[in-house]
Ligand binder design. Sequence first.
Ligand code: MLT
Length: 276
Amino acid sequence: MMIGNTLAFDDAGSGAAVVLLHGYPFDRSMWREQVDFLSTTGNRVVAPDLRGFGESVAQTSACESSETNHRLKSVPLTTMADMARDVAALMDELKIDQAAICGLSMGGYIAFEFVHLFPTRARALVLAGTRAPADNEQERQTRLQQVKQMLAKGMSGIAEASLSKLLAPRTLAEKPEVVARLREMILRADPQGASAAQRGMAARSDYSDDLAVINVPTLVVVGCQDPIRPVADAEFMHDRIRESNLEIIEDAAHMTNMEQPIVFNQALLEFLESIH
Ligand code: MLT
């Protein structure tokens, strides 16, 4: 579905709203099992394609005014705040005042921006495979290298290089349908939209100081074998967010919700029911 000039999204079920924010360079289809499950267990689930991804590709050109880096002048930049404002605008259109905001990885950075910008609109947070600190200089440079690679050669190199980090060894060996689904998701990402978000992640704020002021129930989720955002990143958030629980998922790396959907869904449902 798409309303006006905003994002493409799924909107299923009825009840208290849950907004699912995908990671990079994915799209809302990564949440398929969560949309199906939560919408049949008493929740209204909204999953957008974030700006520049999935069916929201055309949105990338709308943010060229965010440009600050003259070296990459022709490439738009989508900040985490741009995406958080898009989510709030979508909630406005859907007449959702407050929601549980659930983000995986880049979706988690956007969740941090969302609570920062709209503190009264998040009734709960789910932070999966993400982290609070900003990038260091080396990580920023790696992102800018990836932008050049994507724009010159497309997504295939990135898909092949990242699958073994995104998925746990057991998923790679035993769940070929998950591997294929994730590979296809990365391959169909728009290099321009992905580059804009990659530049936005490089420029993102350090959210560490925000953790102590988060005052809504929070579930921190991490894959036991995630080399991208390891368990230590999750513990860092859990230690500092007052009202938080930590769920460590076995046999999963970065894509916990796709690798272990039953465990992920159960943890999410129990958390949502505990805060009603
Ligand atoms: C993601 O899955 O969204 C990315 O790994 C986030 C990042 O590159 O920091």
